[in-house]
Design a protein around this ligand. Structure first.
Ligand code: ZN
Ligand code: FE
Ligand code: FE
Ligand code: FE
Length: 167
């Protein structure tokens, strides 16, 4: 039945983002620790704390659809993380590395925004309004995290550019 197939897809995608969020609990501190700009480090730390709440929300969504909270490896997040690691390994200039960290973190936020937008739409279609509301709360947090990074990039990108000119 079509309704079951959509529920299955919803469930699999929920497992994907659950795995991705748990992965981020480990990946965000690494980015925060490597940020030279203290405001950037703090923003990444703050988002890590927010991510703990997002994991809990996802566990509530699993409970709503009566499924065990189990992740399923998200290949996209593995790739985005690998790209973030590349920035840390390959960029020597502090300011340029910060610009790279922001770029990598925004790629992650945009992936999450895509996932939560889709999951919220499917939850509504499935008549799971409470789940849709929980997913929307996280969607708004991801959008706010992305905006904060854009705000920080305004000055950090300029500093990165200037530090290149000085070199
Ligand atoms: Zn399934
Ligand atoms: Fe998240
Ligand atoms: Fe994924
Ligand atoms: Fe996020």
């Amino acid at each position: 039945m079509a309704a079951d197939a959509l529920l299955d897809l919803f469930h699999d995608t929920l497992r994907d983002i659950y795995w991705a969020e748990k992965h981020l609990l480990k990946a965000l501190p690494k980015l925060a620790k490597n940020a030279a700009n203290p405001e950037l480090g703090q923003a990444l730390e703050d988002h890590r704390r927010e991510t703990e709440g997002q994991v809990e929300r996802l566990e509530r969504v699993f409970a709503i659809i009566d499924k065990a909270a189990r992740g399923k490896k998200c290949e996209a997040m593995v790739g985005l993380s690998a790209e973030a690691d590349e920035v840390l390994e390959e960029v020597d200039d502090d300011m340029v590395r910060d610009a790279g960290i922001i770029g990598a973190a925004q790629a992650v936020e945009h992936y999450e925004i895509a996932r939560y937008g889709t999951l919220k739409a499917w939850a509504k279609l499935l008549g799971e309004d409470e789940a849709a509301d929980l997913l929307d709360q996280t969607l708004e947090e991801e959008k706010a995290a992305d905006k904060k990074l854009t705000m920080l990039s305004d000055s950090i990108n300029l500093e990165a550019d200037e530090s290149q000119e000085a070199a």
